[in-house]
Design a protein around this ligand. Sequence first.
Ligand SMILES: Cc1ncc(COP(=O)(O)O)c(C=O)c1O
Length: 368
Amino acid sequence: MIDLKRQYRSIKDEINSAIEKVLDSQAFVLGPQVEEFETLIAAYCNTKYAIGVSSGTEALLLALKSLGIGSGDEVITTPFTFFATVGSICNVGATPVFVDIDPESYNINADLIKKRITKRTKAIIPVHLYGQCADMDPILAIAKEYGLKVIEDAAQAIGSEYKNRKAGSLGNFGCFSFFPSKNLGGFGDGGLVTCNSDELAEKIYMLRVHGGKTKNYYPLLGTNGRLDTLQAAVLIVKLRYIDQWNECRRQKASYYLEQLKELKVSMPKTSLFNKHVFHLFVLRLKERDKLLDFLKGKNIDCAVHYPIPQHLQKCLEFLGYREGDMPEAERAAREIVAIPNFPEITTSEQDYVIDALRAFSKQVKIYN
Ligand SMILES: Cc1ncc(COP(=O)(O)O)c(C=O)c1O
């Protein structure tokens, strides 16, 4: 699905010297590169604050905690996301309330949100899935009407834009992940929270260091949630290339779209108001499982994000959801497949995938 070695080789000298600087300084925890990276990302996302944390999951957790969301509260989100979105809500003691997705974008269907709001609802977490922003204007309007906070799960969407505004700058918080396979990937775990509020930013800064500003005094109950200096150093280098890499992803995606248009498989659709960063290039077809086997036989890596919609996870049985409750998310879980799309993929590699898909469509009738 992705060859991280190619990216590393292309910027090896810059990365190695950035790492060496950290090694020379031995300032591994909250060294100067963390603040430098935060300043760069805040400028990139056009937010007042960007606070480096230890993972995308931690970013979500700290955003929720800073809002005081916990037991007895409800948080509306999509079931079609990586588990961390939902796990974070549960881990602060709140209850996730699911709203089904829009089948074209795979993002939360804003038209269905209002029905799920109760007196306990405190926040909405839209997820910008696969690198495309959720339809944020109606979500923000609902949030304003009901006095709810909006936490963007932008883990897959760094650099993507909604109506010319960057992912992570639209809600009260933007939560990013720098997991190695993300569009901006570190050399291990890492994450970041963006926001514009002085008060909330201060809480996040405190929460990521156990809840205090000064050692031994802890007004808040926080955790060890800092971004490592080494990760920040790597990410500073990679951030220089993110726009170029995202543009490459878009170009590779256009090539697939052009070459595969005659197939009956559903292709990714970019909403007019969005600039997609194609973290994943996702096809959709009823015969998905047959295609998975077929591509495996051709040594082509592909992936299903996500085979189980989160409302049907075993650990969430207590919430009482059943199959059929979120029909679009469930259908997507059965029908989608991501094919390799990363900045360094070559045209001949893409052609190999394209030829395989054409061969499959000759062999198997596609009923989409
Ligand atoms: C949509 C989404 N949310 C949250 C996360 C969690 O990020 P992390 O793996 O950095 O904790 C991820 C990535 O893995 C993700 O894809």
